[in-house]
Each structure stands twice: as structure tokens, then as C-alpha cells.
Design a protein around this ligand. Sequence first.
Ligand SMILES: NC(=O)c1ccc[n+]([C@@H]2O[C@H](COP(=O)([O-])OP(=O)(O)OC[C@H]3O[C@@H](n4cnc5c(N)ncnc54)[C@H](O)[C@@H]3O)[C@@H](O)[C@H]2O)c1
Length: 252
Amino acid sequence: MMTNGAERRIAFVTGAGSGLGRATATAFAARGYATVLADRDAASGRQVEAALRQAGGEALFVSCDVADDASVRAALAETEAAYGRLDAVFNAAGIDGEHGRMTADCTLENWNRVLSVDLTGMFHCLRHQIPLMLKSGGGSIVNCASVAGIRGAPSFAAYTAAKHGVVGLTRAAALEYARQDIRVNAICPGTIDTPMNQQLDPVLLKSLLDSSPAGRLGRPEEIAATVLWLCDAGAAFVSGQAIAVDGAWTAR
Ligand SMILES: NC(=O)c1ccc[n+]([C@@H]2O[C@H](COP(=O)([O-])OP(=O)(O)OC[C@H]3O[C@@H](n4cnc5c(N)ncnc54)[C@H](O)[C@@H]3O)[C@@H](O)[C@H]2O)c1
């Protein structure tokens, strides 16, 4: 169940200041959701808030570091105070960490940082989002994994482990809350044209492009469209899935 039709639907997006989070928050707002923009980068989060408001949307920036449980709790408390309910979530905040090193050379610092944001951060989000969603009668949560959540990504051991963990966490939560009308899915993007990849080593980026069956990077709006569908009534029987949006990359 998503809404009783009388109340405005509320979306909560982490990592909303950039890339996939930003594109999806923009799509939620355009669809009429009041959209909470959670990011640890206040400057970019506020910029998105201003852009969505200027376009006539209802948007609220909340400062939030997903690696910090208290910060996530406070962001959801702000959401409840402002809107009183929660219908749709896209948990997009994430980092890819260092690359170019094999597993034995992955530093503990990198391992801990990537796991704390990408996996433990996801757990913090779910543990504070689910209670608010239960109060408002259910909803849809989409967790951003990656194709590295269903395939190995050499030289990204921590990222691969964290994103596989996101898929597992998604499946467990989907099973637990299915009778309470909370659907939980993971989206697994291929290589998408966002600021995260604009910092990638050009040689690595070229090899990613060369291995793309579609011969191109994905666009953030293509991820947003899938998330919006997963939050619609049309996806009411879709839960516990890891859905690749990758131009056939994982079909190999
Ligand atoms: N771009 C891709 O090709 C791609 C592919 C697969 C998966 N992903 C995943 O998609 C998600 C978004 O990636 P993107 O490409 O949009 O990246 P991005 O770097 O453009 O945006 C990430 C956003 O998350 C925020 N963020 C980072 N750490 C945070 C934290 N601890 N707390 C709160 N906010 C934080 C950043 O401030 C930024 O606004 C990530 O989880 C990433 O792993 C991206």
C-alpha cells in the first residue's frame, strides 16, 4: 500500500545532493511527492532543495551522514515532524572508495570506510525508516546496490563486499516486512554517468565503456525511472529483488 489518496506521498532520498540520488529526488518531486533530501554535503543538498522548490515541488533538505546512526535517526525525526509519514525511499548515499589495489592490498582504512557508509549506513537507514513507514501503513524502499552487488568487481573488494551485503540486507528485510506492506528492493546500476565516475581513472572508464553491451554509460534518469516504478502501485508484488539496470551488462 502506498497511500490512501487523501494525503500527499512522502519520499526520502539519501545522497540526494548528487548523481543518482539527485536525479531520483527530482523525479519524485516532479511526480508530486514531498521529497526529503538527505545528504552529508549541505551545500549540494541545499542547491537541490532550491532547484526543486523553484520547479514548484515540495522539498526539504536534512543534513545526514548515513555512517552515523544518530544522524540518520535525527533525519527521520525531522521527516516525521515535517510530514508525519513516509511512503517511498531511495537509499543512494554511497562511496566507491579506493581502487586499483587487489584484496590483499586493500587498506583497513578503506575497508572500514566503505563498509561503514555503503553497508552499515544502509542498515542505519532501514532501522529508522521502517518504523516510520510502519506507522503510515507501508511503502516501498529501494536500496542502491550496484552490478558489483551481484558480480565481482576486481580491485573494488570493499565495494563489492558492501554491495553484496546490501542485496542480502534487502532480501532479509523484504521477507520480514512483506505482511506489513513494506516492499524492499535493491537496484543494481551498471556504469552511470554521474560525478562518482567522472573521477574514475580514464583507463578504467574506457574499459568499462568497452565492456558495455550498449556501448554507452547509463543516464541517472534511467535509474530514477526504475526507482519511481518500484515505488508505484504497478510494482505492488515486486519485493526482495536485486534489479540490474545495466544495458545488459550482467546478461553475460
Ligand atoms: N554511478 C555509477 O555508475 C554507480 C553504479 C552502481 C552503483 N552506484 C551507486 O549509486 C549510489 C550513488 O552514486 P552516484 O554515482 O550518484 O555518486 P555521487 O558521488 O554522484 O553522489 C553520492 C552522494 O552521496 C552523498 N554521500 C556520500 N557519503 C555519504 C554519507 N556518509 N552520508 C550521506 N550522504 C553521503 C554524497 O555527498 C553525494 O551527494 C552509490 O551508492 C553508488 O555506489 C553508482
